[in-house]
Design a protein around this ligand. Sequence first.
Ligand code: FES
Length: 571
Amino acid sequence: MKKLRSQAWFGRKDRDGFLYRSWMKNQGWPHDLFDGRPVIGICNTWSELTPCNAHFRELAEFVKRGVWEAGGFPLEFPVMSLGETQLRPTAMLFRNLASMDVEESIRGNPIDGVVLLMGCDKTTPSLLMGAASCDLPTIGLSGGPMLSGKFRGHDLGSGTGLWQMTDQVRRGEVTSDEFFAAESCMHRSKGHCMTMGTASTMASMVEALGMSLPGNAAIPAVDARRNTLAQMTGRRIVQMVHDDLRMSRILTREAFENAIRANAAIGGSTNAVIHLIAIAGRIGVPLCLDDFDRLGSALPCLLNIQPSGTHLMEDFFYAGGLPGILRELGEAGVLNRDALTANGKSIWDNVASAPCWNRDVIHAFKEPFKADAGIAVLHGNLAPDGAVIKPSAASPRLLQHRGRAVVFETIEEYHARIDDETLDVDENCVLVLKNCGPRGYPGMAEVGNMMLPPKVLRRGVTDMVRISDARMSGTAYGTVVLHACPEAAAGGPIALVQPGDMITLDVPQRGLRLEVDDATLAARRAKWTPPPPPPRGWVKLYVEHVQQADKGADLDFLVGHSGAPVARDSH
Ligand code: FES
């Protein structure tokens, strides 16, 4: 048997071998567990402050079963957990920090292979990024979506239902009592958001990249088959160690292309753009913003799921899950069929005969749910390095629009003014929000889907063009232009927009134009000053080193990978 990495700790016959084994034995491990069998790290983002991942200790026990069965030695370890709903100012501020925790925890410990337990939005990219920088044999396991929310006989989707009901309250159609009654009905089981928000999108990306066993994306968290998948994942990682099946053999350019196309076909979150670029940057695969438009924007959306459609993740699972989508892509000739996956087979081997049990949920490629639905990348003098929009979640009538800018310099100014009845705004205006990008917020919060002014809502208008350097929750919808690059806090042109400027959005032509002449913009730029830097701590490090959204918003010094070697002992 090949000598594994963990034997550099446990296989020693010297003082340090005593040290590495003896302290571990305080947990009751017998001596023969240190005999050279694969040591499997189970990287756990369990936290009661990350409710979407709160069942992960139980899930880890099923992974351990599989590892034991296959002859491995499972060791569970915690890493920083990022709860999207609780963590302020935004979980995204800490994605890169968590990835550093993951990377150093894997590299510094006697681990031969890794199972990544991922669920809530940022826990998936942070674990993939950190693990990619080590490049050990690694497999992903998502925690699974919650059961469908149910309120008064109807489905109620995570996030999406909240945004809809908030507007209904603001229009006076729903009372506060009714609104708060929905709170217990939306989230009624373990798991992550059950709309095609960022968590479900990223779980689908894990599967489309080939980084998990087939079926990872959609099995509900409480379905017994989620535990079965966990056990099978534990079995599989042991063999991946024997086969030295490292992340870099799976995460190829072809795999990322499959993920981009799958994201279009599921109507996935715009957040996938930033996360996939960041993961690709760690593993060394060239991937840029325009790849999303070139590969995905002309593809149809096949999945009828909120926020683009009506169903929820539970329905997606019963209809066949992501394999049903990938089969459609493969038969349409837009899947790299030979891409290797974690089970050692090609992605096409895994999905070629995948069934579809409900065509109202998973549409055929030839009869799609929505045409031309992938993420569109916009360019123009308002976003020279690009901005994104999700046409499947936008109003078709607004995809070509010219309007007067109503400008908010900060999120605080937006909150202070948006409900003001004297605000000079109508439904033809374009709402512009600045200073919410990676450096500006800081952390690039999900505030781009600005609520509309009440006086516009009362006229029955439900959508307006909105532009910002922020992100948007994957559960949100609307004609929302996001990730304007460079951001305002980095001196991007969005910083120079003033109230009353005319803006033209032309999604079919991929244009985003501020109708102000260059001389006027230069004069405004001369008066612009950057925001003061944070004084200390993580936020200071982050702001000094974070890249723009088109580069994945990773820290500049984290891009790339160092592998897993550690030269020196600890004592
Ligand atoms: Fe955790 Fe949506 S808040 S997945």
